[in-house]
Design a binder for this molecule. Structure first.
Ligand SMILES: Cc1ncc(COP(=O)(O)O)c(C=O)c1O
Length: 313
């Protein structure tokens, strides 16, 4: 896939090759940064791209910056405007993109406690892979999910992600696609970068937000879509052994969308194939992300404004 041509860094759009941060920055040395990963979905009929739940992502970016007590806060309006500029400057069309908006400590002093804040925004093409239908295998990790009173898992600070990286590296080394974390109470938490659901006897179940998980925007979306489908999910503690009793399991997140988990610890989940509830949910999710049927228009922000321009003709 070709490299994007442009990104945003601190105060301007610059060529991709100039997207550099100094090695003395606290972000580089200590991982002192917070971010949002979001997606832009191409809609062929509208000849437009839609940012999915941009406002919710921007609210969480503000919360993350405040929570980590950054001296300066990049506000939602500014980050949104610059994100749109980056996509338009690259002229992305006909493909889905993944966007990263990162607020980071530029200075190097004081062990990264304080200092000037910078902003980086990148967008890159990211098509779906075949695993979205065939499913992934997961290992219940021997790495524990970081407890909320050690690092705030509901905040998207980059340093949290080493926990997920270690679990993924271990899972890959052992022949699995990814991992499922248990928390300090031994309850199911989430995946390295995605939330987790099971379905038992047609009932969707997911760990509640007090299980050291990110308060995921996709999880909230999925909860709403499942309710609209007539199969509302239960949010509660989930035991390790319960996931082995599930008929279906899936991950959800901006990057993972709705991905079936067909094998856990080398045991098939249900039939070992995409299940009926997961399939219906996937269809509903892809529909709202790309705006195929027009439902939940409030979740989509147009990038180019082509559909609105056509409607006004
Ligand atoms: C740890 C973790 N859990 C869950 C998710 C899913 O969150 P969202 O749906 O807001 O992207 C993410 C990010 O994608 C994550 O990093």
């Amino acid at each position: 896939m070709a490299e994007p041509r442009f990104l945003f860094l601190d105060d301007s759009i610059v060529p991709w090759s100039e997207g550099t941060v100094h090695v003395s920055s606290a972000a580089f040395k200590f991982g002192s940064s917070v971010f949002e990963g979001l997606r832009g979905y191409w809609n062929d009929a509208d000849q437009d791209m839609y940012l999915f739940r941009m406002d919710e992502h921007m609210d969480r970016l503000t919360f993350s910056q405040r929570f980590m007590r950054f001296d300066e806060i990049y506000m939602p309006e500014f980050v949104t405007e610059k994100t749109l500029e980056v996509i338009r400057a690259n002229g992305f069309k006909g493909e889905n993109v993944h966007i990263m908006t990162t607020a980071y400590l530029k200075g190097g002093g004081g062990q990264g406690v304080t200092g000037p804040v910078g902003l980086a925004i990148t967008a890159q093409e990211r098509p779906r892979t075949a695993k979205i239908t065939s499913g992934v295998s997961a290992q219940v990790s021997s790495w524990m999910r970081i407890p909320d009173n050690a690092m705030p898992m509901r905040v998207k600070c980059n340093a949290n992600y080493h926990n997920g990286r270690l679990a993924t590296v271990q899972a890959n080394a052992d022949g699995y696609d990814t991992a499922i974390f248990l928390n300090s109470r031994g309850k199911v938490s989430e995946g390295p970068g995605m939330c987790f659901f099971i379905v038992r006897d047609g009932q969707p179940i997911t760990p509640s937000t007090s299980n050291d998980i990110l308060e995921s925007i996709t999880r909230t979306t999925v909860l709403q879509l499942l309710a609209e489908m007539g199969t509302p999910a239960i949010e509660r503690d989930v035991d390790r052994s319960e996931i082995m009793a599930a008929d279906e399991a899936f991950f959800c997140g901006t990057a993972w969308e709705v991905t079936p988990v067909t094998m856990i610890d080398r045991m098939s989940v249900g039939t070992g194939a995409l299940g009926a509830v997961t399939k219906r949910l996937q269809e509903a999710y892809f529909d709202v992300c790309s705006g195929l049927s027009g439902s939940h228009a409030e979740w989509r922000m147009p990038v180019y404004g082509n559909a609105a321009a056509k409607a006004a003709e």
